[in-house]
Design a protein around this ligand. Structure first.
Ligand code: ACO
Length: 336
């Protein structure tokens, strides 16, 4: 849709949906398959259980999340202009998962693309979607964060397999002329010097799949946990404090910090640096683990469903992930 008349608008979230696969893997399950304990996992990460998708790829998670959004809001598939899927676990390299979702829901007027930003993927996609709305060319942009982490987790590696789960969540962005609402600001970063701290070595063009890559288990997540932990604490806290300062926000002004859910200790350190209290922090890592691109929209969906998000609430969304990638988005919630 190309409108020649351009108005100054913000992008606001006007609908939300989520999907969690039924299969639950609790900490006891991991005690049976690797040398770990429920106590270690809870105290080091905050995770109690996570979900696993048993059939199909990330497009299933993304499609179900969008279907849930459409049920919640009455949005019709043909109304959708753009579908952006943030994921590091696309069904395949191509076609893009966004194409599969577009076809699955019958969004016959939409175009779309996948965006790879790891745990910061949803924030990157939110900014991209908001810019499309602000361009004036599009009125309804769906942004989905979805990852089937179980497809790249090595269930013989105790240092990573306990951390991740599968989920999808989606938001609808629409324009608002009331600039007090919607996405107000974003600070986003890449730092590729962290490329060797958290990655999946094989399967891409640099190291295509071969017998050797399979034998060496190179199609799974590798993480130097301690190294990532240190930079994640600093990166997420720094960028969250910076966005507060830049927008003259005090801790009392912030209704919620909505952080990426990788580790409860990283979340607490970020909240401390922002000076905000525990009850101002969206937390669901206990139930779902780290669902990569899905954590932040899933947090929004959970808290909105529970009646905890109110129109006018000032929210700081913050993430840190592979790349490194990191960033913060400041938005004013506009749904009743
Ligand atoms: N069960 C029992 N022991 C374990 C387990 C486990 N599941 N995992 C590791 N250990 C052991 C280690 O082997 C080590 O033992 P050792 O001392 O004998 O060598 C010991 O526990 C301590 O290991 P650390 O790695 O130092 O543990 P740490 O407290 O750092 O916790 C964790 C590890 C949870 C991974 C943490 O480092 C972390 O959260 N890192 C950051 C994760 C993150 O933010 N990732 C970015 C987002 S993800 C993305 O972008 C896809």
């Amino acid at each position: 849709m190309n409108t020649r008349e351009r108005k100054v608008v913000n992008a606001q979230i006007t609908a939300i949906g989520k999907y969690l696969p039924e299969k639950v893997l609790d900490n006891k399950y991991f005690e049976q398959i690797v040398d770990t304990s429920d106590e270690w996992i809870r105290t080091r990460t905050g995770i109690v259980e996570r979900r696993k998708l048993e059939e199909g790829g990330t497009s299933v998670l993304a499609t179900r999340a969008l279907e849930n959004l459409m049920e919640n809001s009455g949005l019709k598939p043909e109304e959708i202009d753009v579908i952006i899927v943030a994921t590091v676990t696309p069904d395949m390299f191509f076609p893009a998962t966004s194409c599969l979702v577009q076809d699955n829901v019958g969004a016959k007027n939409a175009w779309g693309f996948d965006l790879s930003g790891a745990c910061s993927g949803f924030l990157f996609a939110l900014k991209a979607g908001a810019s499309l709305i602000q361009s004036g060319d599009y009125k309804k942009v769906v942004v989905i964060g979805a990852d089937k982490m179980s497809s790249i987790v090595d269930y013989t590696d105790r240092t990573t397999c306990v951390l991740f789960g599968d989920a999808g969540a989606a938001v609808l962005l629409e324009p608002t002329e009331d600039l007090d609402y919607g996405i107000q600001d974003a600070i986003l970063h890449c730092d590729g010097s962290g490329r060797d701290a958290l990655y999946m070595a094989a399967g891409g063009s640099a190291m295509p799949a071969s017998h050797e890559t399979v034998d060496k288990r190179l199609h799974y997540i590798y993480q130097d946990g301690q190294r990532v932990f240190k930079v994640a604490v600093k990166g997420m806290a720094d960028v969250s404090v910076e966005i507060m300062k830049r927008n003259n926000l005090t801790a009392e002004d912030v209704a919620y910090l909505v952080p990426h859910q990788a580790n409860l200790r990283i979340i607490s350190a970020t909240a401390n640096r922002m000076g905000i209290s525990e009850d101002q922090v969206v937390i669901n890592i206990d139930k779902y683990g780290n669902t990569t691109a899905a954590t932040i929209p899933l947090g929004l969906a959970d808290y909105y469903e529970a009646g905890k998000l109110k129109k006018g609430d000032k929210l700081i969304l913050s993430a840190f992930g592979a790349g490194y990638t990191f960033g913060s988005v400041y938005l004013v919630w506009s749904m009743d």
